[in-house]
Design a protein around this ligand. Structure first.
Ligand code: SF4
Ligand code: SF4
Length: 407
């Protein structure tokens, strides 16, 4: 996220010069595989951004579309022989396009609220629950209001029953204390899945760690950075860093439960403790005397791009859940993106749906009862894609929620 605006063009040219144009990345890029156009490939996008940085190309609608249609999945980075830091290049490139573009892009309205202060998220989902209970959503749908306010697609992603309570910011204490951790609640998880956060607290305290949840923690800035709003992303990073540094407790780790935010948290500097994914933390700190209950379940384990390519630990959920006796695990989604990709599912509905359907087609729903994914965006996307196929009997959760059932 550290972009010096005075040298943005130079930074893009420097990063782009590392590409030797071998084309290996074309074989794994989801958008190239669908569109079969060079400009929809990593190599093509790198050349486009380099040309803009050298002022050889102006920013037009078609160029913007090719750059916007990138999922930021980083699949290309996994095969690149010269290790082009594609994500970094993309973030710089989108920032440059924002600077050069007279018509400024913006986050979808709903994402602006979601990533704003927690108060607005709570207000929004309080209103959503009330409208849902009073039947106003159905009425709005009939009157065409959802289409008018571009909410129709979003509502198909939201869980039918959103719990009326949020996780309390109060500290949670372990009985036999080994240390303290700070828990990142995430913008979406905080309002859509407080039960996942409660499972996180339950496991972390059972593992011997006090859990601190700073009430004022904000969005990590991932959506802003990936959309080219780097100044906003940096402001969010500065605010969170100052807040975490002010915590009086000595922290062993800062725990994230949403892998989609991982690569952005990793760019933070001067944090008082390392950012650690909760699955990794639970594995690393596994209590020697812990005996898990058996779960005779058949579970499809999704591997989010953010975990696979961003954190470099695609098998983490599998490793964690394989500790549960009698559980049957089937891996899927480990070669491509499911199409959720931050706010991509709202901005690029057709590509998003196509990728989502491709992902769920790789496993047979008849053989499973549960689907787990460590990224909330992927969970919502997979649930929506299965519902579109008429399969709404599956249960979707974070891998730690399954583990919490066995503890
Ligand atoms: S694999 Fe790497 S070096 Fe080869 S074309 Fe793609 S980005 Fe360039
Ligand atoms: S990040 Fe994903 S969609 Fe974008 S160029 Fe790389 S492989 Fe293609």
């Amino acid at each position: 996220m550290n972009v010096d605006s005075t040298t943005l063009e130079q930074q893009i040219n420097h990063l782009a010069s590392q590409c030797v144009r071998c084309g290996l990345c074309l074989t794994v890029c989801p958008t190239y595989q669908i569109n079969r156009v060079e400009a929809e490939s990593p190599r093509g996008r790198i050349q486009l951004l380099a040309a803009v940085a050298k002022s050889e190309l102006s920013v037009d609608v078609s160029l913007k579309q090719h750059i916007t249609q990138c999922l930021s999945c980083r699949q290309c980075e996994t095969v690149c022989p010269t290790n082009v830091p594609y994500e970094q290049l993309l973030i710089h490139g989108r920032t440059l396009l924002q600077q050069k573009n007279s018509k400024k892009a913006h986050l979808p309205f709903i994402m602006t609220i979601m990533t704003a202060h927690a108060y607005w998220r709570r207000w929004l989902f309080g209103a959503y629950r009330a409208c849902s209970k009073l039947g106003l959503l159905t009425l709005s749908h009939r009157l065409g209001l959802l289409r008018l306010f571009k909410l129709k697609r979003l509502l198909r992603y939201l869980p039918r029953n959103i719990a009326p309570t949020f996780i309390n910011a109060a500290p949670y204490y372990a009985q036999a204390k080994r240390g303290s951790v700070l828990l990142l609640t995430g913008c979406s998880s905080a309002v859509l899945e407080p039960h996942t956060l409660r499972d996180a607290v339950r496991l972390l305290t059972a593992w011997g760690y006090d859990v601190i949840i700073p009430k004022e923690q904000g969005c990590c800035g991932a959506l802003h950075a990936h959309a080219g709003f780097n100044a906003k992303a940096q402001a969010l990073a500065a605010k969170n860093t100052a807040l975490f540094q002010a915590q009086p407790q000595k922290l062993n780790a800062i725990i994230q439960v949403t892998t989609g935010c991982a690569s952005t948290w990793q760019t933070y500097t001067h944090l008082p403790a390392p950012i650690v994914d909760i699955q990794q933390f639970l594995l690393d700190q596994w209590p020697s005397d812990l005996a898990l209950k058996s779960l005779t379940l058949s579970v499809a384990v999704h591997s989010p791009c953010s975990q696979r390519n961003g954190m470099g630990s695609g098998t983490l959920s599998m490793t964690l859940l394989s500790k549960i006796p009698q559980i049957h695990l089937i891996g899927f989604g480990d070669t491509t993106c499911c199409g959720a990709a931050g706010d991509y599912f709202l901005k690029q509905p057709q590509l998003s749906d196509q990728l989502g359907q491709q992902t769920i087609n790789t496993i047979a729903a008849a053989t499973i009862t549960e689907v787990v994914s460590a990224n909330i965006g992927c969970r919502l996307q997979l649930a929506k894609q299965w519902a579109d196929q008429g399969i709404d009997t599956l249960h979707f959760c974070h891998p730690i929620s399954l583990l919490a059932r066995a503890v």
